[in-house]
Write a protein that binds this ligand. Sequence first.
Ligand code: SF4
Ligand code: SF4
Length: 498
Amino acid sequence: MSQSGAGRIAGWMVAVVWAATLVLVYFELGWFAAQAIEGQDRSLIARGPLWLGAVGFVVAFLVTVVWARGLWRSEEAQASGRKLGRRRFLVGAATGLGGIVASGGAVVAHLRGWMMVTGPALAPETPVVAASPRPEWQGARVREYRRLGRTGFEVSDISLGSGRIKGEAGEKVARQAIERGINYFDTAPDYSESGSELALGRAIKGHRDKMFLATKFCTPHGNLPAGTSVQDYMAAVEGSLERLQTDYVDLIHIHACDSLERLLDPNVHEAFDRLKQQGKARFIGFSSHTPNLEQVANTALEDGRFDVMMLAYHHGAWPLLGDIVDRADAADVGVVAMKTLKGAKHRGLLESRDEADAYTQAAFKWVLGNPGVACLVISFREPSNLDEYLYASGKRLRSGDQAVLQKYDRLIAGTHCFQHCGVCLDACPENVPIDDVLRHRMYFEDYGDEKEAMRLYSKLERKADVCLECSAPCIGACPFGISIQERTSGAHQLLTLA
Ligand code: SF4
Ligand code: SF4
């Protein structure tokens, strides 16, 4: 097998080419994918690494084809062409397929940090509307304001995240939030492709002087990469001012920041300084829920120019974050918490709906139990959120809340396929689409969308009935510790009428 005929390509050469390609794919394609996950405006991501990785991949594939053809020719004299033609095809196809799978694995390996570190924070949130709102929640208002570090502004402890806000409905929720005492709005140009800024701009009319408005250095299509010109950074903020119908924003964050290059980009700081001189922006910050969150936050504290940091912060995660919040507090840097519901899997997870409803409030109280946190931002989607969320304002964590949080952690451990990453798929000889099966289970249990979940499951070509009798070679295949067989078997029973 090692020496080709006419192709003169040896098997070891093919192995070397694929090894070099995998390194290229890991660094170049992996880099490109990481920029996209970080939320960068796709049109602004450098295409060079993408092409380099793609060219490497194509070259390796062609070398494999030439090698397989040479393999056939060298043995042509020894057997019938038909038999060897089949062998050539099988060897070439197996090598090519292995290369494709390994290349996919190289990209996933590059992105592993995103999946391992920020899993719960990045997980898609389930609809968070109390199933049975309690009468005492009605009309809940903000009961506590806290100083946002050196900005000196007293912000509502529970504040409005506007990622889902748009149109007239969003504007109405934002107006009601102001009436209930919320005075900190967090938005970004790429929230609802600028729909969020437009809705908030209409909602704050007549209230601008009471509000603290935070937006991001960003376009409606995503983040601005390091090296963006000062003019382009400034133009992005000018666009926000226009949509928000205001002359200034209180705070501009470097959005979803995963790299020190973006955090310390001299152009972004130059742009901010000029905007500040012009009276168009007052403070600068950064937001991060990324694999490098701790490094980014530590560097920002050492740098000293940042007035505010918005961090993914929820019960039982980010072990070093408590220390970072303490140091931010000591440096008078305001801390805003986000992703506070740890994936928001509480509906369906906690057996009783009463407990599930209380989970949001318990999670908020845990976050606000740290005096270094000035406020948390949470996505408001509809007016009923105001009652449920604001009922936690100004309240302290009690032992009953602790119990709910512990129960949540217990239930979530090793069970929830947040990432749907597909890393485990190769471990299943039966080709069960584990990620899809568990996604449909999530629709059923967490979203409460039983019919749709069962309909989608019924459409799968391969179902998880085979898991019931399987010896489970998939054990240990999930890097997040999910007991795949138990979850897929249970999903099959849940999602089928039989
Ligand atoms: S238990 Fe299910 S998912 Fe795991 S290997 Fe067996 S068939 Fe595949
Ligand atoms: S079960 Fe599979 S798809 Fe889900 S997180 Fe684990 S490895 Fe990824």
